[in-house]
Design a protein around this ligand. Structure first.
Ligand code: AMP
Ligand code: ZN
Length: 711
């Protein structure tokens, strides 16, 4: 290929990827499959590497690479990035209205959501993104360009018709779903969890290594003019429309109002909609739409006089910590959990809240017997916001992390660099129960007859001491196992044969499923797939040169480093597993059982099934993890979307879904169904739903505590 052709292909690939990103992240309407996307990315990376003269920092594939920065350069804001005057009272808004009416005439209000994230400025030069900065102290902020380049929805280049020199301002945020998933990953990895999406967003933007930022589910909303290129608009709303046409994400809702009464109504309406946005909002912003009035109204040191924020009272509830129990997870992590006096909050009754770890409890000074304020982090996960020390009687007790495992009595340890305390006894029954449950779960070996409750019974009765024991059990004898209790005995019965069959089928499952099933920390479904793609068979994972390479490669700094799909932490965890006495014995036993799973073919996307081609959106609090439902829907041929569009066939509404959301869906022709209906439809796919003929019923439904999504 001659240079001209190469350049043309590079441009073409960049445009394709940028469009795919835009369709996916802004329009929530993916237009290409992962496979094509990955191929374009690989091809572009290769062309850019081989033809450095065409390198461009804003290329969509250069964004993830980022290097280690030495800290952040400082950026001066001109004009300064101001805050907003805020109020919690409608009476004060009426005063604001009186002031505006006294000063100017013939204006319109615009009410917008007040996005609860981190404000930032984006500067374009020659039509390309050249700098992103945080607000900092308003006059000077941090240069976070490298990190902003990893946020897919931020345009890296501006289309024709947009000013070549431009600065826009808005808010970065972490999506609600992304926040919940991130915290799950952090917890599984024994790392600090984030208190709310805003903190998680701020923490993600402040990463010195932008590869970390790249993994965080960040997005932006643009709602303000910057100092360059925004002068030509008569009104704020016209400017926002222009931003939108230039590819910037803008708020999905806003309302024009003539009177302050209409403003109050809009604020109330927005409050009912707040849970339907992908971002959290903490209030409404009331702005004058006509920009010619801005110089007349002026500004204070704090903020403009043509805008006022109205903050909603946070939804919170007071309750009492009755006790703090400690749960032991699959990887031995001890998680303290507050057992609360049940209290209603934002649509559900809350009886427990995770306290994450000992550091967190100490920092918040939460004691057994304390009155506490309960909030919902990211509107989903109940969390203790603070204790109320004024209400202490003196009888409250300071919590201490147990010095022995509450289940096996074995030693606990806190590994360096981790906030988590772990039970280090590999034979700990609590860990074994959860490991066994994980081993049998849908994305692992998919042993439907073996759920969480049965895992507990198997471990308690000594049927299984290690997940691999499933391959050597006497299933005939197992039929007579009592899985009820003494007063109401119940035989395992026919399910013993079902389990035998499922276990025997599992032997031929591909490497990725087995790798996930082992339950190595850091190794989730996706990581397992990435690692499996680089290995022929399970036994190759031990001492794998590929994984060693990942670790060595990471030690290299800057340009020399290649972008790898496999994460260092995951590579270390896998090698560490096979180096451990338990891991080595596990592999030996698998080989002696004649099991050495081979890499599978990449699964084809289902085009048939009861949901073939149907767009599906999951919303509200569901009784199973979203990922699980997403996998079930995809296996049934459905397409999981993140927001309702005209192409959405089903809105699956869990608990706490506002009527406005379901109404909107109905208007677009989307059918609103509940979880039970979804499961019924999936059941028709054959095999993905609990087998109805099983008798006595095995543990098919997940046994979830009151707030199942917590654990
Ligand atoms: P606060 O962060 O509570 O001081 O509130 C002021 C901040 O609200 C501003 O600096 C912006 O970052 C943010 N904000 C969020 N949404 C909007 C919006 N629609 N218009 C203006 N500012 C907003
Ligand atoms: Zn233990």
């Amino acid at each position: 290929m001659d240079k001209q052709k190469i350049k043309a292909r590079i441009d073409e690939l960049r445009a394709l990827i940028e469009k795919a990103n835009h369709d996916y992240y802004d329009l929530h309407q993916p237009t290409v499959g992962d496979r094509d996307y990955d191929m374009w990315e690989q091809e572009l990376l290769k062309l850019e590497e081989e033809n450095p003269e065409f390198a461009d920092a804003s290329s969509p594939v250069q964004n993830v690479a980022g290097g280690l920065l030495d800290g952040f350069a400082k950026v001066t804001h001109d004009p300064p990035m101001q805050s907003l005057d805020k109020t919690h009272a409608k009476g004060e808004l009426a005063e604001f209205d009186a002031f505006v009416r006294k000063t100017v005439e013939g204006f319109t209000y615009l009410v917008e959501p007040k996005v609860d994230g981190v404000s930032l400025s984006l500067r374009y030069s020659g039509g390309r993104l050249v700098r992103a900065a945080t607000r900092g102290n308003g006059l000077v902020g941090d240069d976070i360009t490298a990190n902003a380049l990893t946020i897919k929805s931020i345009p890296k280049t501006l289309p024709k018709g947009a000013p070549r020199e431009l600065e826009v301002r808005g808010e970065a945020y972490m999506t609600r779903d992304g926040f919940a998933a991130l915290n799950e990953r952090q917890e599984a990895a024994g790392l600090e969890m984030f208190a709310n999406p805003r903190n998680a967003c701020a923490g993600s933007l402040k990463q010195l290594d932008s590869r970390v930022t790249a993994e965080r589910p960040l997005d932006v909303v643009i709602y303000n003019a910057g100092g360059v290129g925004c002068d030509g608009f008569a009104s704020h709303s016209e400017m926002i429309e222009a931003f939108k046409s230039w590819g910037f994400p803008v708020a999905p809702w806003s309302k024009f109002c003539k009177t302050i009464e209409e403003v109050f109504a809009a604020i109330d309406e927005l409050q009912t909609l707040r849970h339907t946005f992908r971002f959290e909002i903490d209030g409404a912003v009331v702005k004058i739409d006509e920009r010619r009035f801005y110089p007349v109204l002026g500004a204070t040191a704090h903020g403009p006089r043509w805008a006022r924020a109205y903050k909603y009272a946070p939804e919170r509830a007071e309750t009492i910590v009755e006790s703090i129990t400690v749960q032991v997870g699959r990887t031995g992590i001890l998680t303290p959990v507050a057992e609360l006096k049940p209290v209603p909050l934002a649509g559900s009754v809350i009886a427990r809240a995770t306290l994450h770890n000992a550091d967190q409890i100490a920092r918040q000074d939460i004691r057994v017997g304390d009155h506490v304020w309960l909030v919902k982090a990211g509107d989903v996960i109940p969390a203790i916001d603070s204790s109320i020390p004024e209400k202490r009687t003196g009888a409250e007790k300071v919590f201490r992390m147990p010095t022995a495992c509450p289940v096996c009595g074995g030693a606990v340890a806190r590994l360096e660099g981790e906030v988590a305390t772990r039970c280090v006894n590999p034979a700990c029954p609590a860990q074994l129960c959860r490991r066994l449950e994980h081993f049998a779960s849908r994305n692992a070996l998919d042993l439907k007859a073996l759920g969480g409750k049965l895992a507990d019974i198997f471990v308690e009765k000594g049927v299984v001491k290690d997940p691999l024991d499933l391959f050597t059990l006497d299933y005939d004898a197992l039929a007579s196992l009592n899985i009820g209790d003494e007063s109401a005995p119940r035989r395992f019965g026919l399910n013993a044969q079902n389990l035998r069959q499922a276990v025997s089928d599992a032997k031929s499952l591909p490497l990725e499923r087995w790798l996930f099933a082992v339950g190595i920390p850091q190794v989730g479904v996706t990581v397992a797939k990435d690692i499996a793609a680089e290995h022929e068979k399970f036994s190759d994972l031990k001492d794998s040169p590929v994984l060693r390479n990942v670790i060595e490669n990471d030690a290299k700094k800057g340009k020399e480093r290649k972008i790898l799909a496999i994460k260092v932490e995951a590579a270390k965890a896998v090698l560490g597993f096979f180096d451990s006495a338990y891991g080595a014995a596990f592999l030996d036993r698998m080989l002696s059982l004649g099991i050495d799973p081979a890499r599978g073919e990449r699964a084809a996307v289902a085009t048939e099934g009861p949901l073939a081609g149907a767009g599906c959106v999951l919303t509200g609090t569901l009784s199973r993890p979203r990922g699980e439902y997403a996998a079930l829907i995809e296996a049934a041929g459905g397409i999981v979307q993140s927001a309702v569009t005209s192409k959405t066939k089903y809105l699956i509404a869990g608990a706490n879904v506002g009527a406005t959301k379901t109404e909107k869906a109905r208007k677009l022709g989307t059918e609103v169904i509940d979880e039970a209906k979804l499961l019924e439809m999936l059941g028709a796919a054959g095999g993905s739903a609990p087998a109805p003929e099983a008798s006595p019923a095995p543990e098919t439904k997940p046994t979830l505590p009151v707030q199942g999504e917590l654990f």
